[in-house]
Design a protein around this ligand. Structure first.
Ligand code: NAD
Length: 488
């Protein structure tokens, strides 16, 4: 198998790191071998990025001219949408219906930040004398965008589009498990005529390529999505460099069902919130709180529906649950199922691998629901990142809020109720960056996304998502020409 080159400073290069294999999680067969970047490649990409962003050909573009590049990238993603969606389900194992949506969202992200780039305004601030005082926005420099494996192309677009729209150069380090879509994005940016050096895509491991990027003195910001432990390590390096970071980290989100909810809707929402993307989602609603008086009936129905979810080949449009990303990750998830039982949990469904002979070569795990554990159990506290949920009965609102917030995370949450006042009350009380009411996992590029507590620092998307890649500059202009009193 030939080695796919990496994209460095606008050219395709063999890289100096150890090549890595990208493997299809549905059958564990290699899809491609990909070149990786070592520290010297990182250094070359940073140098090229600095030169490109300061080149008048990019630096002096008018906003609509910069936006035009982003619109062209969006159009090329749309042109190649089906091919990209098929490649992503092979690289990542998400069902095709999900990867199509992710590719569509990536194109939308480029269009949105093209518009924001054109409409960005500075401020004329109230002056304290005969001055014009202004606050303007300028790019930061070379941005390192480090992404996880669970939503390739959407994660990269969420960082690359605003970073470029803001006038920066950007270096993407995709997950070593899913490097292919970021390389495709580089091809499209190249075809769109993006000036060379503004975008580099450097596959590699976190320990080699990721760490070299974060530590590089020429990297002005790291925008990171991934696990909390990695985010903490990056944050430490950033503290030493006095470098801004955005950290989109893990979660263990509560999804709360009240007795007065539309129960069929709630069941669908809980299933989707937990099991879509086979639970490999930072926002998975994996702690399911159910009001005590409907607990038995609700959980019985939920388990019956979970057991009937269609596990299978991600290529099929009927598939709801695909494979875990790697055999090692499936082992980790299964380790949590074993732990849950040691902790005293009872399986309501799942807990095993599907018996279907056609699925034996993939990393499949049946949707799993566990009851009988407290919110303080490790199973209920630690991010499993697989199709495993814990059911927790609750009796009253105060106890519910205390338990729902009793986690190190604060990423997302869901509330299912027919009482809008209660939804408002609880939504305000939950410690989470996003609260869904009678829905779950709905997104808009125009609405901020990010986590509280150990779920992260900063927000992505929305108008301020552009400013996350910029810094403010204040300017004072003397309008009077009067002598400066102190010096007079
Ligand atoms: P991970 O932290 O293992 O890896 C993420 C990325 O960081 C990869 O590209 C990896 O190579 C790189 N990396 C690892 N060590 C590094 C280091 N020392 N320096 C620089 N880079 C390094 O996470 P993962 O397993 O790929 O993804 C799953 C995690 O991502 C889960 O915890 C999930 O909740 C989280 N996630 C969060 C969000 C969000 O928006 N909050 C979205 C998706 C995934």
């Amino acid at each position: 198998m030939s080695i796919l080159p990496l994209y460095l400073a606008g050219s395709w290069q063999p890289g100096h790191g150890v090549p890595l294999a990208s493997v299809n999680p549905a059958d564990n067969q290699p899809l491609a071998t990909v070149a990786t970047a070592d520290a010297a490649d990182v250094d070359a990409a940073v140098t090229a990025g600095q030169a490109a962003m300061h080149d008048p050909a990019w630096r002096d573009l008018l906003p609509h001219q910069r936006a035009a590049y982003l619109h062209r990238i969006a159009a090329l993603i749309e042109r190649d949408a089906e091919r990209l969606a098929q490649l992503q389900r092979q690289d990542n194992g998400k069902p095709i219906l999900e990867t199509r949506a992710l590719v569509g969202s990536a194109a939308g992200t480029f269009r949105y930040f093209a518009a924001i780039c054109e409409t960005l305004e500075g401020d004329i601030t109230p002056s304290r004398g005969s001055y014009l005082s202004l606050s303007t926005w300028e790019p930061l420099g070379v941005v390192a965008a480090i992404t996880p494996w669970n939503s390739p192309i959407a994660s990269e677009a969420q960082k690359v589009a605003p970073a470029l729209a803001a006038g920066n150069a950007v270096i993407v380090k995709p997950s070593e498990f899913t490097p292919l879509l970021a390389l495709e994005l580089a091809k499209l940016a190249d075809e769109a005529g993006l000036p060379k050096g503004l975008l580099s895509v450097l596959p590699g491991t976190g320990a080699v390529t990721g760490a070299a990027l974060v530590a590089h003195p020429g990297v002005a910001k790291v925008t990171f999505t991934g696990g909390t432990a990695t985010g903490r390590a990056i944050g430490r390096v950033a503290a030493d460099k006095i470098m801004p970071v955005s950290l989109e980290l893990g979660g263990k989100s509560p999804n709360i069902v009240f007795a007065d909810a539309d129960i069929d809707q709630a069941i669908n929402g809980v299933l989707f919130g937990l099991f879509s993307s086979q639970g490999q989602s930072c926002i998975a609603g994996s702690r399911i709180f159910v009001e005590e008086r409907i607990y038995a009936a609700f959980t019985a129905k939920l388990a019956e529906r979970a057991a009937a979810l269609r596990i299978g080949d991600p290529a099929s449009e009927r598939t709801q649950i695909g494979p875990a990303i790697t055999p090692q990750h499936r082992n980790k998830v299964e380790g949590y199922v074993a732990l849950a039982q040691q902790e005293g949990g009872r399986l309501l469904c799942g807990g095993s691998r599907p018996a279907d002979p056609a699925l034996q070569s993939g990393n499949y795990i049946a949707p799993t629901l566990i009851e009988g554990l407290g919110n303080r159990s490790r199973t209920a506290q630690e991010e499993i990142f697989g199709p495993v949920g814990v059911l927790l009965p609750f009796r009253n609102e105060d106890a519910l809020i205390a338990e729902a917030n009793d986690t190190v995370y604060g990423l997302a949450s869901g509330i299912w109720t027919g009482d809008f006042r209660r939804a408002w009350r609880i939504g305000r009380a939950l410690n989470a960056g996003t609260v869904w009411i009678n829905t779950y996992k709905q997104f808009s590029i125009a609405t901020p996304f990010g986590g509280n507590a150990e779920s992260g620092i900063g927000r992505e998307k929305a108008r301020d998502g552009l400013k996350a890649y910029m810094r403010q500059k204040s300017l004072y202009v003397d309008l009077s020409g009067r002598p400066i009193p102190w010096a007079d």
